[in-house]
Design a binder for this molecule. Structure first.
Ligand code: FE2
Length: 277
């Protein structure tokens, strides 16, 4: 694993979670969706400045469990146009702290040992996300680097991406640029900056995103953990298939590195992000 991690910037670990782990996580995800009140969510989108309200909702989700809609799920008035169970894009960002099922899923000796092997001596779990790729309307997530959202000096953010359902090229699996975290290709191209209550993406470097020929798909079975380097360019395609593709992610930094005060997700000294043990 180490050799692939160094060279490619990612590693694929099949069977990291059991079928029972995945089934429990999927069931809990479904329960969270059922408990979610879409009218309360819709009201967030009915004010005049949608951007401001969306920023406020994202900021509030840092220490909560909030559902976010799929873009194509709402009409102009902010009303659902698909069943609630098919409307959610993601749920975040403190599942690993507040939800009992995901709290257990997000820690333990195997995860702690893996983080140590990847060089994260003092792991800090900043966020957790359930990422739904809903059948037919699951949206594309374009090329990006996760370090844009979690700047540390030196760069340490590492993504733990768990397939809770099979991820295929048909339902929107990850695509990566192997080795794209190294050398001139591994420059951070943009960063997501918080200024007061506003959030914006700030361009940093004009290095182009990978060409289609440089992208490699990572189809994986449920239970697989894909870990990847914060500077590794990756994307996922839309899901136009009839099968959902549910994934769960953790973003982990090394507490020894300096965490930028401009990152969108901030924690008070009294409530530091948890570790993995
Ligand atoms: Fe990402």
């Amino acid at each position: 694993m180490q050799a692939q991690w160094q060279r490619d910037g990612y590693a694929v670990l099949p069977g990291f979670k059991t079928a029972a782990d995945c089934e429990a996580a999927c069931a809990q995800a479904q329960a969270l969706v059922e408990a979610f009140d879409p009218e309360a969510g819709a009201s967030r989108f009915s004010t005049r400045d949608r951007r401001l309200v969306a920023d406020a909702a994202l900021l509030a989700s840092a220490e909560q469990v909030q559902a976010f809609f799929e873009e194509e799920a709402l009409d102009e008035a902010g009303r659902l146009r698909v069943p609630k169970s098919r409307s959610i894009n993601k749920i975040g960002h403190a599942l690993h702290e507040l939800d009992p099922v995901f709290r257990a899923f997000s820690r333990g000796p195997a995860l702690a040992a893996l983080a140590a092997a990847l060089g994260l001596q003092a792991p800090r779990v900043w966020q957790s996300q359930l990422i739904f790729k809903q059948p037919h309307i699951g949206g594309e997530v374009g090329w990006h680097q996760d370090a844009s959202f979690f700047v540390t000096t030196p760069q340490t953010v590492t993504t733990f991406w768990f397939a809770l359902e099979d991820a295929t090229t048909d339902n929107g699996c990850l695509w990566v640029e192997p080795g794209g975290h190294l050398g001139p290709r591994g420059v951070l191209r943009e960063r997501f900056v918080r200024e007061g209550g506003r959030l914006r993406m700030e361009p940093l470097d004009a290095t182009p995103w990978p060409e289609a020929a440089q992208a490699v798909p990572l189809p994986v079975a449920a239970g697989t953990l894909v870990v990847f380097h914060g500077l590794l360019p990756h994307y996922s395609a839309p899901n136009r298939s009839a099968r959902s593709r549910l994934a769960y992610t953790l973003h982990v930094t090394d507490g020894r590195a300096e965490y930028s005060p401009l990152n969108w997700l901030q924690r008070s000294a009294q409530r530091p992000p948890p570790g993995l043990a």
